[in-house]
Design a protein around this ligand. Structure first.
Ligand code: MOS
Length: 744
């Protein structure tokens, strides 16, 4: 069927959920009104290692309105226990569900207190007297790294790789550098803290939960309770930011459901800001040792990237820093490795381009250091090592526009006017520095499903159990649906955020559009075909007897219209077809990746250029301008897309200059576990950001040709800032964040 419509995909339409957001009609998990709701607070450990000996709750129970104090002493036993008594859900995290007395980190959940009001629950929680047996804890990374173990996997890749002969390569270069870079613990800090409302009806459970993964909540919670997944309904129409921390189901979700079950009442459990620092994942400390060797013309003869990160005592999770080095440059001899050090801290997890954000800081800083050692322009050094194939996977790229990104970025930034000499540019007492780096993020895709129905009034409803983290899923899917069906955007409602809807993957790894949009598109096409089938079988339709290949679709003022290509005046509107049909016309569709991953290496690429000013007396670092140019396949919405890339750059500046969770080495708790002292950028910290997208046609990644844009924006920025700071000051900062004390 031919589509005669002008393109809706890519158009800079406003957010379809914008009205709900600004008017307050959009409810976040904890805001959902539930009859008879009672309030839980999580009580967490105040020691980093040991066990809970006794919980005296007499003072708590004296308070009016206190309904439940649940701890390992009285928590219901869960069916899924392993021999050592710890809950191991079949997928996802090892949770702490009050099945044992052990404490593995400070701020670990150890009790849940429920009362008729939030204030009473909080007061009761504070009145618990908890006795511990303390054991020595590993709280110093320098100590922890004395004992390392390899992770089983780095995401889906091997922890270690080797190509060519690293040592021969290191010796054959004319220059060699071996810098070590470190990055701190960072916490996601979405504005909406994690929250769950749990309500049982017999053996059926409803969870209003702030999540990046509807189906994950459904499956994992069902598995923990040993009930069928269809008995669990997870609901989350709006997620107030996630950044990776809401991609896993953490302990509080199940604890809320356990308390609700115990009480026979709906229970709300919302984490406070401080509880966002430990029990729900964080970016781990990384120590990354780079070795680069090159010929005098800049060609790399060898590269290696060895990462050490911490993990918790209860689970392995590695920050995949080395993956970027495996694919970025044509280095014939290479080794990469990943190792873990155990600490008494909360389990680390995915956070804002895990691996690429931190790994590109090391790789792209090292490339800058190498450029200075060789006296080659940093951009020229990258072009010297440009590769038209993924050297790690030995596959062609599905598409790569990095050359254009470099060119356009350099042009817009004015890179050719750069004097490479550090401290060569200044304005009064402000040193000015220019730095650049390469950005990249892999393009992934999972299976997705979508249902679609045309109502008798001609409006369409599409549904998929995906998520909108504030990024524009509602908007973009509405565009894809309208385009595929052939109706105006205003006639489509896209619904998400309910686990009973058709299957959709986690909104993580920048995969939502790539995975869900193809299913939405397929559902739109299937619906339009079904409508034609109904019309063609209906003697009352002008299209009676028409075949699919004889028919076109176009967008009329009131909705979609089907017409005979040979005789366009013979036409029937979708609304009329559905009205005569007398009931909604429904279809569903599934779309999944094929074998393209075996044939192509699929990545987004970009180039980021940064100007910094550094106050020579005070060390204050400002970033007056950033230019970021990206090849991301087809952009789905020029407004939300540019916003998302700009937001990524903001988070990159945040990683470069602000974010750091400081752990008190005596007790293992974050000393800055709040938004006053955990620094993220405010409006005053962010100045000009110029985002450009190059035209890129990628026929391989997915039917829409869209690469993910959720995470690439943050990558490269840490190094670009560090490189600019070096250019400004002559000081190489290899330890994030770059704070003023490190440049003075
Ligand atoms: Mo993202 S860190 O993959 O949610």
């Amino acid at each position: 069927m031919k589509n005669g419509m002008k393109n809706i995909i890519g158009a800079p339409i406003n957010r379809t959920d914008g009205w709900a957001k600004v008017s307050g009609a959009a409810h976040y998990a904890a805001e959902h009104p539930v009859e008879g709701l009672v309030h839980a607070v999580l009580v967490t450990s105040t020691i980093p290692n040991g066990r809970v000996l006794r919980i005296d709750d007499s003072a708590a129970r004296e308070l009016p309105g206190v309904l439940l104090v649940m701890s390992h002493e009285n928590a219901p036993r869960l069916p899924r226990e392993t021999r050592d008594g710890k809950i191991q859900p079949p997928i996802g995290r090892r949770l702490t569900l009050l099945q044992e007395d052990a404490v593995y980190y400070n701020n670990q959940p150890i009790a849940v207190v429920v009362a008729d009001t939030f204030e009473r629950a909080r007061e009761a929680g504070a009145r618990l007297r908890i006795e511990y047996e303390q054991k020595p804890a590993v709280l110093d990374f320098a100590q922890a790294r004395q004992a390392l173990h390899p992770p089983e996997k780095v995401l889906t890749e091997k922890p270690d790789t080797r190509r060519g002969d690293l040592h021969a390569g290191l010796l054959s270069g004319s220059t060699r550098i071996e810098p070590v870079y470190t990055t701190p613990i960072e916490n996601h800090n979405p504005l909406e803290t994690h929250a769950t409302i749990a309500q049982w009806d017999g053996d059926k459970l409803t969870l209003h939960d702030s999540t990046q993964y509807m189906k994950g909540v459904q499956r994992i919670v069902a598995a923990v309770f040993g009930i069928p997944p269809e008995n669990v309904t997870a609901i989350c129409p709006y997620t107030g930011g996630g950044f990776g921390s809401k991609g896993s189901v953490w302990s509080h979700v199940v604890l809320a459901a356990m308390a609700a079950k115990q009480l026979g009442r709906p229970v709300k459990l919302s984490l406070d800001r401080n509880q966002m620092f430990g029990p729900v994942g964080q970016r781990p400390v990384t120590e990354q040792r780079m070795r680069l060797a090159a010929m005098s013309d800049g060609r790399l003869t060898a590269s290696s990237h060895d990462t050490i990160a911490y993990t918790s005592m209860i689970e392995d999770w590695i920050e995949p820093c080395g993956l970027v080095t495996r694919m970025m440059y044509a280095s014939p001899n290479q080794e990469t490795s990943h190792r873990l050090a155990r600490m008494n801290l909360g389990t680390p997890t995915f956070m804002r381009a895990p691996g690429e954000a931190t790994g590109s800081f090391a790789l792209e800083s090292a490339m800058d250091e190498l450029a200075y050692t060789l006296a080659i322009d940093p951009l020229d050094l990258r072009l010297k090592n440009y590769t038209e194939r993924d050297p790690g996977k030995d596959l062609p790229w599905s598409s790569k526009s990095l050359r254009q990104c470099y060119e356009i970025g350099a042009e817009r930034f004015g890179w050719k006017d750069r004097n490479p000499q550090p401290r060569s540019m200044r304005q009064g007492n402000k040193l000015i520095g220019w730095g650049m780096a390469t950005a990249t993020y892999p393009t992934n895709r999972s299976a997705g499903e979508c249902s679609a129905s045309l109502q008798p009034d001609g409006s369409a409803v599409f549904r998929s159990a995906t998520q909108d983290l504030g990024t524009g899923t509602y908007t973009v899917m509405t565009q894809v649906a309208a385009d595929a069906l052939g109706v105006p955007v205003a006639r489509v409602r896209f619904e998400l955020g309910n686990s009973q809807m058709p299957e959709a993957p986690v909104s993580g790894g920048s995969t939502t559009v790539a995975s869900v949009a193809p299913a939405v598109q397929a559902a739109g096409h299937a619906l339009r075909l079904k409508l034609l089938g109904i019309a063609a079988a209906d003697q009352a339709s002008p299209l009676f007897g028409a075949k699919a290949d004889e028919v076109g679709v176009e967008c009329g003022a009131d909705g979609g219209e089907l017409y005979l290509l040979a005789e366009p005046s013979r036409r029937d509107s979708m609304a009329a077809i559905a009205a005569r049909h007398g009931q909604a016309v429904e279809v569903s569709a599934k779309a999944e990746p094929g074998d393209e991953k075996e044939k192509y290496s699929m990545h987004s690429f970009g180039a980021v250029f940064v100007e910094v000013t550094v106050d020579e007396d005070l060390g204050e670092i400002r970033v007056p301008r950033v230019v970021g140019v990206y090849g991301v396949g087809r952009l789905m919405n020029e407004k939300t897309g540019y916003s998302q890339l700009m937001g990524g750059i903001v988070w990159g500046l945040s990683l470069a200059l602000f974010e750091e969770t400081v752990i008190d080495k005596r007790v293992g708790r974050a000393v800055n576990g709040n938004l006053a002292e955990y620094h993220v950028p405010t409006n005053a910290d962010i100045q000009a950001i110029d985002v450009q997208i190059v035209d890129e046609d990628d026929p391989h990644v997915n039917p829409l040709g869209a690469k993910g844009i959720g995470e690439i924006g943050i990558t490269g920025v840490g190094a670009a800032v560090a490189n600019a700071v070096f250019h400004a000051t002559g000081k190489r900062v290899r330890d994030l964040p770059i704070t003023l004390d490190k440049v003075l």
